[in-house]
Design a protein around this ligand. Structure first.
Ligand SMILES: Cc1cc2nc3c(=O)[nH]c(=O)nc-3n(C[C@H](O)[C@H](O)[C@H](O)COP(=O)(O)OP(=O)(O)OC[C@H]3O[C@@H](n4cnc5c(N)ncnc54)[C@H](O)[C@@H]3O)c2cc1C
Length: 558
């Protein structure tokens, strides 16, 4: 359905069983689950989908091995099993990630976990090989029933250096265990939306629509592209505004203090030597002060993160020079002979974790678990508000399921569909034999086999529909020949692309991998202008907006 048709539907329907504020992964997943149960749920996102905390993750689908030490066993158990489900349900987007911990001590940290657990230790300290091995064994034990990945390997110094010759020779061991990666988290979010949009449901989702006010039984929504306002009457509201939850509640005349967000940043580097040194492994370790550092293989680039800094206003999150210095110093600690200059940084990004407000002694000790906080019905609000606080990317399905069950109970309805084994987007009908899939797709659509294979790698089985579109417009982009006009035309028309930045940052990896140039933006803007009927002035405005965003928030110099 086009945006125009959706807005018409919104003008004609004031009463909604559920309105969800926020189209990050938690809002989208909850919307999907409610829609599958036949609920008329309206999802609104003030910006683009998956542009808040959900766009700032470390791209790990993981149980959070270090949360064991904080005693978050429920979360680890849930998250490793959700990780394993995602490997099954979204194999096009979530794949195994060998994760290697460089270890510099043998026995250090033996008492940390028990001391932390009984509240006698509030400071982090370095862990030795024995503690790490025990931690990994416990971690794997939680995933034992649903795990399909190999178990861990502890390498001694000689074997580790033979495997990773650029590693710091001061290590005593390395430990490699398996988690999972999602190189394009934004595409998973879009897949979930498209799954529902192509099904017959009573649900509606709109990006660039903000909750801007409320009366006792209404919500006011404002179209961020035209400033048109709409009034809806919800039976129940879900506040899935992530780090903006308290700001959104204040907009609804319900001041709360649920969130104590922490900022995390990442760099993306074009550095072939470092990329080769890590192979297909993520290097994952804790600094001596407990801060997590990760060096991650993001396609042909290397991603380095992350920080954990308390912040009040999520809109202020941006990578600082001090963070860049810190990331480069930490990388040097593990790969001391690899020289990294600042000009290798092709992109950086920063976002705020929607963690619960609390009194933890350090940001690393704030609980990473999720909770539903209820703002009960009052004189100001005749509908209850459920706020979705916390939530890992990895646990979106479980959190959405728990929220949906609460909502169904409140609405007097029962669950009819489970999402536990539901394939996602291009993970549907996933072939065992990719080569045969590519040959058939090429034969049926007319694209070369190599292109069918490339589209499969990018989109899973959705690549079939995109190949059909590509066959009609096979011209490659001049500035990015691995993308074609037909492919982008499909993304613009089927994935709610409203702004040029949506295409650059969230439907493709052109922004994240640092490939964007001014000529590329002009080329992409022309494609969008044709598809969305933009005027010349609007097209120019979109280019200016995207350039400013990439320069100011992502460290590019366009
Ligand atoms: C640095 C960092 C690293 C992380 N790494 C990982 C990781 O590797 N693995 C993992 O599993 N998890 C990770 N996480 C956690 C995970 O990314 C987040 O917890 C999760 O994405 C939160 O999603 P959300 O939908 O709740 O919030 P968000 O994605 O922030 O979504 C909230 C949305 O609400 C919208 N909104 C706000 N106000 C309004 C309004 N008034 N009207 C309409 N819309 C509104 C915002 O625009 C936003 O898009 C990381 C998080 C960060 C920040």
């Amino acid at each position: 359905m086009t945006r125009t048709a959706k807005l018409t539907q919104l003008r004609n329907k004031e009463r909604w069983s559920v309105v969800i504020i926020g189209g990050g992964i938690n809002g989208v997943a909850t919307w999907r689950d409610l829609a599958l149960q036949g609920i008329d749920a309206l999802l609104i996102e003030k910006n683009d989908y998956c542009s808040g905390a959900s766009a700032a993750s470390s791209h790990m689908v993981h149980g959070g091995i270090r949360y064991l030490e904080n005693g978050e066993f429920r979360l680890v158990n849930e998250a490793v099993n959700e990780r394993n489900r995602l490997l099954q349900n979204a194999p096009h987007a979530v794949t195994p990630l060998p994760t290697t911990i460089p270890i510099f001590k043998r026995f250090s940290g033996l008492l940390n976990a028990p001391l932390k657990f009984i509240g006698l230790l509030n400071r982090p300290s370095e862990r030795g090989a024995l503690v790490i091995k025990i931690g990994i064994m416990l971690y794997e034990w939680y995933a034992r029933e649903t795990n399909s990945m190999p178990s861990h390997t502890l390498r001694n110094r000689a074997t580790a250096l033979a495997t990773f010759p650029q590693l710091n020779p001061a290590i005593t061991h390395t430990a490699t265990y398996y988690d999972a990666m999602m190189p394009s988290p934004e595409r998973i979010c879009i897949d979930l939306l498209r799954d529902i949009e192509t099904a017959e449901t009573q649900a509606l989702a709109l990006n660039y629509l903000a909750a801007t006010g409320a009366s006792a039984n209404t919500l006011t929504l404002t179209d961020q592209l035209t400033q048109e306002t709409f009034t809806v009457r919800p039976e129940l509201v879900i506040n899935a505004a992530g780090p903006w939850i308290d700001i959104a509640n204040a907009n609804l005349n319900q001041p709360t203090r649920f969130i104590g967000g922490t900022k995390g940043s990442h760099l993306v580097l074009d550095h072939p030597e470092l990329r080769q040194a890590i192979g297909d492994h993520e290097f994952f370790f804790e600094n001596h002060d407990g801060r997590i550092v990760l060096i991650y293989p993001l396609h042909e680039r290397v991603m380095i993160g992350t920080s954990d800094i308390a912040i009040d206003n999520p809109d202020d999150a941006v990578t600082t020079e001090a963070e860049i210095d810190y990331f480069l110093a930490m990388t040097k600690k593990v790969f001391p002979n690899i020289v990294i200059q600042r000009d290798a940084i092709v992109f950086h990004f920063s976002g705020v974790r929607p963690l619960p407000a609390g009194d933890a002694k350090s940001t690393g000790q704030i609980s990473r678990d999720h909770h539903i906080k209820t703002v009960p019905v009052s004189e100001q609000n005749q509908y209850p508000i459920l706020a979705l606080v916390g939530g890992k990317w990895t646990t979106f399905r479980a959190f959405a399921e728990q929220t949906t069950d609460v909502v169904l109970k409140k609405l007097g309805r029962t669950r009819t569909v489970s999402t536990a084994a539901l394939a996602i987007g291009g993970g549907k009908d996933y072939p065992l034999d990719v080569e045969s899939w590519a040959i058939r797709t090429a034969r049926e659509t007319g694209v070369p086999i190599a292109r069918a294979t490339a589209l499969f790698e990018r989109y899973g089985t959705t690549g079939y529909a995109i190949a059909k579109s590509e066959a009609l417009r096979p011209t490659p982009l001049v500035a990015a020949p691995s993308y074609t006009h037909g492919e982008l035309h499909w993304l613009i028309n089927h994935e709610q692309c409203q702004r040029l930045a949506d295409l650059v940052l969230r439907r493709t990896l052109l922004g994240m991998l640092g490939y964007v140039t001014r000529p590329m933006l002009t080329e992409l803007a022309q494609l969008m202008a044709t598809a969305l009927d933009w005027t010349a002035a609007q097209t120019e405005k979109e280019i200016v907006h995207t350039v400013a965003l990439l320069n100011n928030k992502h460290g590019m110099q366009l």
